[in-house]
Design a protein around this ligand. Structure first.
Ligand code: PMP
Length: 287
């Protein structure tokens, strides 16, 4: 079935939606995005994603073309028009399409940002077979740029990293800088040792995950100790459990790192519990 998507103020069948070949998102990856999860037809952490969108746009000096309520209305309209119950909404804002290709930013008075949103359904979002068995990760060098806190659409290296993992029979890659794990290709990375949850502190080295913020809050509320600090690959391989978080995978247990099984090689009890808490609390708070 053809989706209804949103492009620059219009709701259109996906096959009729168009963006200029001069769009700086297309030519230069000059744009940012957000992914918001839909559960029971409602949005998880909409305000967190909106706040991060504003921050990403601000860091790149791109004008936010809509206010919070306008963004919320487009999200809800797309959920309704596409009958999404479980899945996600992808949104992208680029610096727009100037007349010519040029490294210099176009004048915002004459070049408006391009706005695109679309939905994707995922019936296995909550009852996920992957979460039941846990994922395997491999480690790779982190070769990305230095502003990973901005959620830009330059996803080539993370995409290559995912392929490196798949080609080695794993599910995903953890990126490593100076011996320490930064994050997964599209998620934040955690280990658990002696009941303590360890994850890299926020900085320009990683994306400030909206799911990370929620999961750390729920963990602290459940009296699980949290340490926001870097950890090495060796420390990760010796951990009791590990997991990753993202809007589209919630809390996803990791059962193997570079071929080394963690614990019993199946999802650990704390990661499993955190996934349950996250889903339960997000369901209650979704709007
Ligand atoms: N790190 C990276 C590199 C990501 O791409 C993502 C997901 N887009 C995350 C972390 C997780 O962020 P969030 O919880 O907001 O989805």
């Amino acid at each position: 079935m053809s989706r209804i998507v949103y492009v620059n103020g219009s709701y259109l069948p996906e096959g009729e939606a168009q963006v200029s070949i001069f769009d700086r998102g297309f030519l230069m990856a000059d744009g940012v995005y957000e992914v918001t999860t839909v559960i029971d037809g409602k949005l998880i952490d909409f305000d967190g994603h909106f706040a991060r969108l504003e921050r990403s746009l601000g860091e790149l000096d791109i004008r936010n073309p809509m206010d919070r309520n306008a963004w919320l209305e487009v999200h809800r309209e797309l959920v309704a028009r596409n009958g999404v119950n479980l899945g996600m909404i992808y949104l992208q804002v680029t610096r727009g399409a100037p007349q010519d290709r040029d490294f210099v930013f176009p004048d915002p008075a004459t070049t408006a940002p391009t706005v695109v949103l679309f939905t994707q359904s995922n019936p296995a979002l909550v009852d996920s077979p992957k979460a039941a068995r846990g994922i395997k990760v491999v480690t790779i060098d982190d070769l990305r740029w230095g502003r990973r806190d901005i959620k830009t659409v330059q996803l080539l290296y993370p995409s290559m990293g995912k392929m490196m993992a798949i080609n080695q029979g794993a599910d995903d890659a953890w990126m490593v800088q100076e011996g320490e794990v930064t994050e997964g290709t599209s998620n934040n990375a955690y280990i658990i040792k002696d009941g303590r949850i360890i994850t890299r502190a926020l900085s320009n080295d990683i994306l400030h995950g909206i799911t990370r913020a929620a999961v750390l809050r729920f963990a602290r509320e459940a009296q699980m100790p949290v340490e926001e600090r870097s950890f090495t690959v060796d420390e990760a391989k010796a951990a009791d459990e590990a997991f990753v978080t993202s809007a589209s995978t919630f809390v996803m247990p990791v059962v193997e790192i570079d071929g080394v099984a963690l614990g019993e090689g199946k999802p650990g009890p704390l990661a499993t519990r955190l996934r349950e808490i996250y889903i339960e609390e997000s369901r209650k708070a979704a709007i």
